[in-house]
Ligand binder design. Sequence first.
Ligand SMILES: O=C([O-])C(=O)C[C@H](O)[C@@H](O)C(=O)[O-]
Ligand SMILES: [Mg+2]
Length: 425
Amino acid sequence: MSTPRALITSVEVTPVAFADPPLLNSVGVHEPYALRAIVVVRTDAGHYGLGETYGDETHVARLKRAGEFLVGTDAFNINKIAERVAESLADDSGQGGHGTGGMVTTTSLEDRVLSAFDVAALDIQGKVLGVPVSTLLGGAVRDEVEFSGYLFYKWAGHPGYADDQWGAALDPSGIVAQARKMVDQYGFKALKLKGGVFPPDEEAAAIEALREAFPDILLRIDPNGVWNVETAVRIGQRLEPVLEYLEDPCLSIEDNAQVRKQVNLPLATNMCVVAFNDLPPAIKAEAVDVVLSDHHFWGGLNRSRLLAGIAQTFDLRLSMHSNSHLGISFAAMIQLASVTKNIDYACDTHWPWKKPEDDVIVPGVLSIAEGKVKVPTAPGLGVELDEAALARMHQQYLDAGLTKRDDTSYMQSINPEYELQVPRW
Ligand SMILES: O=C([O-])C(=O)C[C@H](O)[C@@H](O)C(=O)[O-]
Ligand SMILES: [Mg+2]
C-alpha cells in the first residue's frame, strides 16, 4: 500500500459572526455578535478539512498569510505544516488581539495560528483514510464526552435589542433560575459560574444558592484572576465545602501558588498556564492542580495530546476551557476529549449560548443530552460544512461591523464609568 498523501491546493479563511447574549465577565460584557474564523483547506484529491478559531481581524490576517504558505504541503505532515506556519510568522511582531477579549493574553502566537490548520489536516487525514479523528489520535477511550453548564451573570437583553430567551441573571436567584433552565434542557451534572463581575461575597452567595438548589451537581467558580490573594483565600475557604474546583482566583502563578497553600480545593487555570513555557514555573511553584486545556491556543489536537502527557507526568489534572464557538470547534473539542484519558472533569462549552440555527455545519450531529455529547464516528471530525450557512454567517459578520472582540469598550459604551482593574477585589 502506498503512503497516503493529500496535497493542499487552497486555504480559505472566512470570518463569521453569530448572535451572542450580553454575558458579563471581568473585562466587560459580550457584544451582540461573537466572531469566529472558519478555515477550509482543500486538497488535490478533492477532500476538504475544517478548522475554526478566533475571528479578530489581526488573527484572520495571520491565518490567511499562513494559508498561503501551506499550499503544496501534504496534509499528512503536520510537522511540516507547523514549520510553514512558523515561517509565515517570522516577521510578525505578535501585536494585535486574536479574540479572547484581552483575557487570555500570553498564549503562543505560533500555536494559536497552527491550531486551526492542525485540526483541518486531521479532518482531511480522517476523510482520506475513512476513520474518525479519534482513531488518528490514538483511539477513543470514551464514546461520550461530558460537559458542564456555563453560567453567566447577564442582562435581560442587549441595550436597544429585545430581551433574549434567558432573561436577566444579576443575583443568586437569577443564577439559580438560569441554572435550572440549563440543567432541564441539557442535563448537566456540573455547573461553572463565570465570576469576577460582582463583589466576591455576592458571587459566593450565588454558589451557595446553587448548592442548595442542586445538591448533587458539581460546582465551580471562575473570577478570571481579578481577586487578590487575601480575597481569594477568604472566598476559597468559604466555598471549600461546595466547590469541585476554584478556577483562576488570581492572575499570576505566584499568587495562585499562595492561594493554593491556604485553600483546601483544587485550583484550575486557563490564565496562568496557557503555553508550554508556563508549565515549568507553574509546576515548580505548585500553583495549580488542573490545567484547562484549549486546543485553540495549545497548538491544535496533536499538541494538546502533548500537554496531556506532560500533565500526566507531573500529576496535573486536565479539564477543558471554552470561548464562544461553533460546531467545528465543538467537534474538535469532542474528538480531543474522547482520546484524552486524563481529561477527567466535565469540559466547558459555550454551546447553549448560541442559537441552534447559527452554525456553519450541517445540523443534527452534535447535541448535549444528560450533560454529554456522543463522539462522532464518521470520517474526520464527523461534521460537514454547510456552504450556504457559511455565506450567510459571513454576511452577518459584514453587517455586524465588528472587527474584534472587545468586551471592555462595549461595556464602556453603555457605562462610561466602567474601568478595567486587576485585581478588582
Ligand atoms: O474560563 C474562562 O476563563 C473563559 O471562558 C474565558 C471566556 O472569555 C469567558 O470569560 C467569556 O466568554 O466571557
Ligand atoms: Mg477560566
